[in-house]
Ligand binder design. Structure first.
Ligand code: ADQ
Length: 492
């Protein structure tokens, strides 16, 4: 007999798919970004449900697409229809103009418009309504990320009893930054309505608890280790650090494939006698791309032996392109790349190869495989999966990782990487110089250490840890199923 409570219902802002308007109407593509990369292998064929926004505002057009999309994904997908106003104020407004910059310590970029908050509440309620419709009392509702911090409270306001957990993919800021949020107390109280609240790092967890102390003097902490119980009045909430990761085996296996190896060889052949230094980021001002380009320029000026011997391949994945700040960043990157290439290019050598597009998996893995150095220098980042993917794909264990102290990944990878402050242009430039000259033995020792961490703390370790803290169960309690939830009717 099936045990109750064995279904996971994931709820996130976006469904793990993208809808693209092709010549024959709407087409479904796999979604991009860290959350999808991390969760898709976990949910596939486990009878799970994923609830989220489709990315459009005309969901009637999509009704017929959810069935094939669910079949292809291996789990049931239910869309949350959002209007253009919802998207404007909840997504672009509250999520991306308030929480995103504030939680990345960039409070001067925040736009605290009161109407954004109202719409955030309305949309969290919409998510709660759809979740109520498609879940039962024994399901585990696992809510993801900063767009939906209010959802457990919205469920309670609807009178719905569910076991809920929340995972924040982005950093949680220190109290002196968080307390600038006009709705700080509401957000903290809403988070306390979850039974488990998970963060990427111990630093984020500490920041959260510190903020709670600002709104309530009588807080008690019980337990030790990565997951503790926070007692606030009559509330008991589990609060933990769960560093997210990748499907290491899949990355290492795919990187070894003939297709990737051939592509890596072919791409490197076009760059003879030089080291490739690789940057891969979504277009975002938190990723520190202009500062990195300045550091590369500084390295070429101060260490002229690098000229002609190193090429920066900077891949930028288009993101939030409708937002003026992101358009400005895109223009700034083109300008900087043009300026540096204009200054240093000489016959047979272009210092920066700039790719502004999404790569398919084989191409991305080929770049990971061929790069002698990876430079990942966000100003602040929840985790940064690219750092872990680079290590997993470095089969020869001879690559060097230059990593920002302010990426969540730093907590796990600082022993093997060259650590840098992304605001320190000369420090980053010195790190490029150090990586360029690093001997094979040191490269191997460092990369071996990095790969061991990423291997042992992979995405399955992450999901098991979260589920153990939430339900005292691990993934084995959610066996793969042949078909996905055939008894659940499709949303009309
Ligand atoms: P992101 O900000 O999207 O994620 P990140 O963790 O680096 O950042 O993940 C990016 C993902 O996109 C990676 O899996 C990468 O493979 C993929 N990707 C990058 N460049 C690509 C390209 N050119 N083509 C195709 N795919 C590409 C958020 C938080 C992070 C947190 C993750 C997971 O901001 O801090 O690590 O969620 O929790």
């Amino acid at each position: 007999m099936e045990e109750p409570g064995t279904r996971i219902v994931a709820v996130s802002n976006r469904l793990p798919i993208r809808l693209v308007h092709g010549p024959d109407g709407w087409e479904i593509k796999r979604g991009a970004g860290g959350l999808v990369t991390a969760l898709a292998p976990v949910f596939r064929n486990r009878g799970g449900i994923w609830i989220g926004w489709s990315g459009g505002t005309n969901d009637e057009d999509l009704a017929g697409l959810m069935e094939p999309a669910s079949r292809e994904a291996g789990y049931r997908l239910y869309p949350v229809p959002l209007s253009a106003d919802d998207v404007g104020d909840y997504y672009y407004g509250f999520s991306n103009e308030v929480i995103w910059p504030l939680f990345h310590d960039l409070q001067t970029r925040c736009n605290f418009k009161p109407r954004y908050w109202q719409q955030y509440l309305n949309v969290n309620r919409k998510f709660a309504e759809i979740t109520t419709k498609h879940s039962g009392e024994t399901d585990y509702i696992w809510v993801h990320d900063y767009h939906l911090m209010h959802m457990a409270q919205s469920l309670k306001e609807l009178g719905i009893e569910r076991n809920t957990g929340f995972f924040l993919h982005i950093p949680f800021p220190p109290a002196d930054i968080f307390m600038k949020l006009p709705w700080r107390a509401q957000i903290l109280r809403a988070l306390l309505e979850y039974e488990l609240v998970g963060f990427q790092t111990m630093r984020d967890r500490k920041n959260f608890i510190q903020c709670l102390r600002h709104i309530s003097s009588g807080i008690r902490i019980s337990g030790r280790g990565p997951v503790v119980t926070v007692i606030v009045g009559d509330k008991r909430v589990r609060v933990g650090a769960f560093p997210i990761s990748i499907d290491y085996d899949a990355f290492a296996r795919d990187a070894e494939s003939k297709e990737v190896a051939d592509l890596a060889w072919y791409l490197h052949e076009a760059l003879p006698d030089r080291q490739v230094i690789l940057g891969v980021d979504r277009l975002d001002y938190t990723k520190g791309i202009p500062e990195r380009l300045e550091a590369f320029k500084d390295a070429l000026s101060r260490f002229p032996e690098l000229q002609g011997k190193i090429t920066l391949v900077q891949v930028v994945v288009p993101s939030r392109e409708e937002v003026p700040e992101y358009q400005m960043l895109r223009a700034e990157l083109y300008r900087l790349v043009g300026e540096i290439n204009g200054q240093f290019t000489r016959s047979g050598w272009v210092p920066i190869h700039y790719l502004y597009r999404s790569l398919d998996r084989s191409e991305l893995l080929a770049y990971y495989r061929l790069a002698e150095i990876a430079i990942i220098t966000p100003l602040k980042d929840g985790m940064n999966l690219v750092a872990k993917e680079y290590c997993a794909c470095n089969l020869e264990e001879n690559g060097v990782l230059i990593l920002s102290e302010f990426a969540g990944a730093a907590a796990q990878l600082h022993r093997g990487a060259i650590m840098v402050n992304p605001y320190d242009v000369e420090g980053m430039s010195n790190a490029i110089h150090q990586a360029f000259h690093m001997d094979q033995e040191e490269r191997h020792d460092r990369m071996h250490r990095l790969r061991e961490v990423v291997h042992h703390r992979d995405i399955f370790w992450w999901v098991n840890n979260f589920l153990k803290a939430a339900l005292a169960k691990d993934l084995r309690a959610f066996p793969a199923v042949e078909d996905y939830m055939p008894e659940i009717p499709l949303a009309s």
